[in-house]
Ligand binder design. Structure first.
Ligand code: PMP
Length: 351
């Protein structure tokens, strides 16, 4: 019966990191350094946990479809912006593409970058146009604008996954002015950088800025994302969204988490400290990063070979082989707890 499946799902798909329990089983190592998915290693804020526990008591009812508890908290933190929410930023991306892109229309993506924009656009019947970054992985605004003149959505990830570099505000503004559709600016890792793109929202009504609770806020397991959007899109996004998308436990936890600045700051301090240490201690070239992960050039080795060797030593990192447009000699390592980072440095320097 497999012939019934749509051709876009016959191969490919999202690449998941190796599971910690597989390594425990395969190599009999009981404590694994989990540095493949750019999560905050600290458990969620106690404010998030308390709010989630309380919300769970009311889970016999459907959640508030407008997710006011969360959008109110976001307004409390950032000011009077318009927001949409979703099941992770992945859910937001998926719904935005569903809202805007007709089958056959194009989506321009500055690559190499996070894979889900492309996967989601293809599933929507869109045409993907990958626009290569420059040699140093900086966005090429001229090339992106050329394609963005006909694309419905143009995508820039900043700081970029997996390369780690952020795009200057002026370059983002140049792209916003040159394209004819919407710019989706993925800010999943923005809290680890010193960049601020929010002022652009006041001027440009074709800018959408995606964010997530999966990284600095320690809530990856609850799948919650949001975006700063222009007001015009809100009713259409809601129409395109699955009803009751964001569950009440996740919404409450996120509203609690965004109020806990100390929890965020602890990890941001850790990230900034270790970006420098990785650059100093790792014997391979480490690319400068504005995020909570770093990309490392492990040539003459290849990505999968290094990922396998590190996992034998109880360290999970991400192979960059699957990132379109990237040569096969990079790995991406997240910044975790001290013992995890130390173990990674020891393991990689033994190669
Ligand atoms: N954007 C980027 C750049 C990411 O790296 C990720 C997750 N790895 C996401 C979006 C998706 O985040 P979420 O967990 O909120 O779906």
């Amino acid at each position: 019966m497999e012939h019934l499946v749509r051709s876009c799902y016959k191969q490919g798909g999202y690449v998941f990191a190796k599971k910690a329990d597989e390594i425990v089983r395969d190599y009999r190592i009981d404590r694994i350094a989990r540095l493949a998915s750019n999560e905050n290693p600290e458990p969620p804020s106690s404010l998030a946990i308390a709010a989630a526990e309380e919300a769970l008591r009311h889970a016999n009812r459907y959640p508030d479809e407008r997710v006011d508890i969360l959008t109110d908290a976001l307004r409390g933190r950032f000011g009077t912006y318009h927001f949409v929410t979703g099941v992770g930023m992945d859910g937001v991306i998926e719904t935005l593409i569903r809202t805007l892109v007709e089958p056959g229309e194009s989506v321009a993506i500055s690559t190499p970058t996070f894979s889900f924009y492309g996967l989601s656009a293809v599933a929507q019947g869109a045409k993907i146009i990958n626009v290569p970054r420059k040699k140093d992985f900086a966005v090429d605004p001229k090339k992106l604008i050329k394609v963005g003149k006909t694309a419905k959505i143009t995508v820039i990830c900043s700081p970029n996954n997996p390369t780690g570099n952020a795009t200057p505000v002026e370059v983002v503004e140049e792209v916003l002015q040159g394209i004819s559709g919407v710019l989706f600016l993925d800010n999943a890792y923005i809290e680890f950088s010193d960049y601020d793109y929010l002022p652009l929202l006041k001027t440009y009504d074709n800018l959408i800025i995606g964010r997530t609770f999966s990284k600095v806020h320690s809530l990856a397991g609850l799948r919650i994302g949001y975006a700063f959007v222009p007001e015009w899109i809100v009713p259409f996004y809601q129409r395109a969204s699955t009803p009751f998308t964001v569950n009440m436990v996740s919404a409450a936890a996120a509203a609690g988490a965004i109020r806990d600045q100390d929890h965020m700051t602890r990890y941001i301090v850790q990230v900034k400290r270790w970006r420098k240490r990785f650059a100093d201690k790792v014997k391979f070239p480490v690319l400068p990063s504005d995020a909570n992960f770093m990309m490392i050039d492990i040539s003459p080795h290849t990505s999968d070979e290094v990922v396998e060797k590190l996992s034998q030593q109880g360290v999970i990192v991400r192979s960059c082989r699957g990132f379109a447009g990237l040569p096969d000699h990079y790995i991406r390592v997240s910044i975790g707890e001290d013992w995890e980072n130390d173990r990674f440095v020891n393991a990689i320097n033994q190669l």
